[in-house]
Design a protein around this ligand. Structure first.
Ligand code: BJW
Length: 244
């Protein structure tokens, strides 16, 4: 039996499923990934743009980069991979989507049972009050934007060296400990703590599935590796009959 058939068989009887996604799931919608030949980090250095130090040094530069990315993402639509994950939420009685993506496309596709590990590019946080508000202005009205209280706003995004929100991480870890199947799609599995979630799930007895065109550090540990684009593979997991 090939890996696709084994995964479909597992999903046919599963009650509890978790899905962990990364930038690759949005690649077919047109959102650039971070690593790899076409990735954002090829032209932009993370330490100059995605750290608290970078923001302290030059908030205008950091916000200009986010303004550019928000403009790029704003017109984009979810792809068949996003919609297959939204379908999973309806099908499995216990479900959690754990996404590292900040683009908001999973929500547009229909997922509600989800945690955004690294924040959301459409949310801004006051550096003084800590309050988080949605901001959909494209382009931004002022750069850097300011809160009503006068303090600087920052993107509500987890930068390198910053801790993930405790309750968000706890939800993700708990669902990885409980699920029968964990699907890990479109992530290079190198950024912590997200990269450790598959190991947590596996240790707790879950069947771990990786969906990615390229092998990653997770591949040798996964119970099944489905090589290919998530927009092609994930819908196949949700087809009712086996056409293979
Ligand atoms: C497709 C596809 C298609 C393409 N279909 N797939 C322990 C050990 C070592 C280091 C650390 C550690 N713990 C913490 C760290 C430090 C750091 C870290 O992990 N560094 C590593 C890089 C070494 N982690 C942190 O700082 C985290 N904070 C933390 O842990 O706090 C406590 C602490 C701090 C310091 C020390 C110890 C403890 C915070 C991490 C925050 C990550 N933030 C970013 C965003 C920044 C900016 C922004 O978006 O605006 O989140 S970085 C970036 O990477 C972004 C992503 O969410 C994240 C993951 O990337 P992802 O999604 O995997 O994308 P890519 O591009 O890497 O991969 C795409 C994949 O898709 C590829 O595999 C392709 O093949 C595939 N693909 N087309 C399916 N069609």
């Amino acid at each position: 039996m090939d890996d696709l058939a084994r995964v479909r068989e597992r999903l046919a009887i599963a009650k509890s499923v978790a899905v962990l996604t990364g930038a690759g799931v949005s690649a077919e919608s047109g959102v650039p990934t971070f690593r790899g030949p076409q990735g954002l980090w090829r032209n932009f250095r993370p330490e100059e743009l995605a750290t608290p130090d970078a923001f302290e040094r030059d908030p205008k530069l950091v916000w200009e980069w986010y303004d550019w990315r928000r403009g790029l993402i704003a017109p984009l639509k979810p792809n068949p991979g996003h919609y297959a994950i939204a379908e999973m939420e309806k099908r499995f009685p216990e479900f959690l989507l754990i996404t590292q993506n900040v683009d908001g496309l999973h929500r547009v596709a229909g997922n509600a049972k989800m945690v955004e590990l690294h924040g959301n590019i459409w949310h801004a946080r006051c550096t003084a009050e800590g309050t988080v508000r949605e901001n959909r202005d494209v382009p931004l009205k002022e750069i850097p934007p300011r809160c009503r209280c006068g303090a600087l706003l920052r993107p509500h995004i987890v930068w390198f060296g910053e801790s993930l929100e405790e309750d968000v991480l706890e939800k993700a870890v708990n669902s990885c400990k409980r699920c029968e199947v964990l699907i890990v799609a479109g992530t290079s599995s190198v950024v912590q703590p997200a990269a450790s979630l598959a190991g947590i799930a596996r240790e707790a007895g879950a069947f771990v599935v990786e969906v990615n065109p390229e092998e990653t550090p997770l591949t040798p540990m996964a119970d099944a590796y489905l090589q290919g684009a998530s927009g092609l593979i994930l819908p196949q997991l949700m087809m009712k009959e086996n056409h293979g």
